[in-house]
Design a protein around this ligand. Structure first.
Ligand code: PEP
Length: 251
């Protein structure tokens, strides 16, 4: 696919499954994952991280969290810090998912603090950005995503510590996806914003993945686009067959 960027296919299980169905799904994905020359990542609910981590232990699959705190420890009841995530085997964490930005009033500044806090623990941050339906229809999508990139991506972002997930909010869980032209334009623009922020070399190495109603039957043309380096998958990651078929579409 892309010469210097290894594709990443990430499953965001959100607040779904229980301890045994999570383990079963992880085992099913692990049984198939090793045949792919790409990074496969599972992001279960934090309470199941350890169990899923054990289930994928002997496979090449990576473990990730859906969120983290912006501090390494302290008086933050109910929160989970990056060192804790690292302690149970996480290599990645999603930050700034639109559901967290909406449900927990997470600003760009909070998202940037989370991303940096993850880096400090040796965890790669998957920083999510995306426009609303209104922004897309009024022609403000690029400006909205530009503002999110400029304020959510901390200085020092590079290919190792950062992945950007472009997730148009109106496409998440809706069954709607942008056209390939719209995705190509946005990913190209994000690459340009990253160049302004971190310079040409780092920007060229940072993976930009697409998320929003990705399915086995629509993934291939999106994954083939020059600046699309994989996918962040919600609903379709809850079925091993569907998730693996999306991974296949990257090859
Ligand atoms: C997501 O929430 O990250 C996502 C992409 O969800 P879905 O695939 O269900 O649209």
């Amino acid at each position: 696919m892309k010469p210097n960027r290894r594709p990443l296919i990430a499953g965001n299980w959100k607040m779904n499954l229980n301890s045994s169905t999570a383990e079963k799904l992880a085992i099913e994905v692990a049984a198939q994952a090793d045949k792919f020359d790409l990074d496969i990542l599972l992001c279960p609910p934090s309470i199941y991280l350890e169990r899923v981590g054990k289930a994928i232990n002997t496979s090449t699959i990576h473990l990730g969290a859906q969120d983290c705190h912006g501090n390494p420890n302290g008086a933050h009841t109910g929160d989970i810090s990056p060192p804790m995530l690292r302690d149970v085997g996480c290599e990645y964490t999603i930050v700034g998912h639109s559901e967290r930005r909406a449900d927990h009033v997470e600003t760009n500044q909070i998202v940037a603090a989370k991303a940096e806090s993850a880096w400090a623990a040796g965890i790669t941050s998957i920083i999510c950005v995306g426009e609303t339906d209104d922004e897309r229809s009024s022609g403000a999508a690029l400006n909205s995503v530009s503002a999110q990139i400029h304020s959510s991506v901390p200085d020092g972002a590079d290919a190792k510590n950062t992945v950007i997930a472009y997730e148009p909010i109106w496409a998440i869980g809706s069954g709607k996806t942008p056209t390939t032209t719209e995705v190509a334009q946005m990913h190209g623009a994000i690459r340009g914003f990253l160049k302004q922020l971190v310079g040409e070399k780092s920007a060229q190495g940072i993976r930009i993945i697409y998320g929003g109603s990705l399915k086995a039957n629509n993934a291939r043309p999106l994954m083939a686009l020059a600046d699309v380096d994989g996918g962040l998958i919600g609903g379709a990651s809850l079925t091993a067959l569907e998730f693996i078929a999306i991974a296949e579409s990257c090859l």
